[in-house]
Design a protein around this ligand. Structure first.
Ligand code: PGA
Length: 243
């Protein structure tokens, strides 16, 4: 039987505890494997409220274990709060100066804590226009995954930077081609591993079906459209039907 479609929500620095309660009460995964990545302070509450409906993920974890790192949240702490996934290397964090080496350390920390990393990769518009798509994806994927021990499964989200939060999603063709490339590059690093590739960038309830219906796209990473439980439920339902 084919795997269920994976639909990941990313609240970023949005929402309140009240919003979370409302969201959880109205959410229906409708046959999709749903994951909701909430801000760190809400992880425990999300785990309790979403029990049986969705897995919970952190939006980031530290690239190190416990110690003198004021303000950081370790992967172990996120796991302690019930998270089972962690987004790593999101472009909004890379834009704050996170380099490939740190992203790699975060992937390792997440795995050590028993979290499934969701590694984000993607090119800028300049990269794409310069014909550097493959080069950029290769550098990001290799740095994060090459030689990784005991990784028999990995989730990689292809998110073109120019499509994130802009309302301008990639076309289905661009998304499918880039996701195929991402899978190929990930498999070069982790031969034989089960690789899931998600598309992210301005996904909404109308365009979700086209993406998950495309060959080689196993699911979606959804930012803005995950904030309303109803919209996210619609995306899950449409995606589950499309595969
Ligand atoms: P968006 O964000 O859906 O709002 O474009 C996607 C993401 O940042 O993961």
């Amino acid at each position: 039987m084919a795997d269920k479609v994976m639909v990941v929500g990313n609240w970023k620095a949005n929402g309140t505890l009240q919003d979370l309660e409302r969201w959880a009460a109205g959410f229906d995964p409708s046959g999709a494997d749903a994951v909701l990545c909430v801000p760190h302070p809400y992880l425990s509450q999300a785990t309790r409220l979403l029990d049986g409906k969705a897995e919970v993920g952190a939006q980031d974890v530290a690239g190190h274990g416990p110690g003198s790192h004021t303000g950081d949240t370790t992967a172990g702490m996120a796991a302690d709060c019930g998270a089972s996934f962690a987004i790593v290397g999101h472009s909004e964090r890379r834009a704050k100066g996170e380099d490939d080496q740190l992203v790699r350390a975060k992937v390792e920390q997440a795995m050590e804590a028993g979290l499934h990393p969701i590694l984000c990769v993607g090119e800028s518009l300049d990269d794409r226009e310069a014909g550097d798509l493959r080069k950029v994806l290769q550098a990001q994927v290799q740095a994060a995954l090459s030689g990784l021990q005991e990784a028999d499964a990995m989730t990689v989200a292809y998110e073109p930077v120019w499509a994130i939060g802009t309302g301008v999603a990639a076309t289905e063709k661009q998304a499918a081609e880039s996701c195929r490339m991402t899978r190929e590059l990930a498999l070069e690093c982790l031969a034989g591993a089960r690789i899931k590739v998600l598309y992210g960038g301005s996904v909404n309830a109308s365009n979700a079906v086209g993406f998950v219906g495309s060959e080689g796209i196993d699911g979606l990473l959804v930012g803005g459209a995950s904030l309303e439980g109803e919209t996210f439920s619609q995306i899950c339902a449409a995606s589950a039907k499309a595969v």
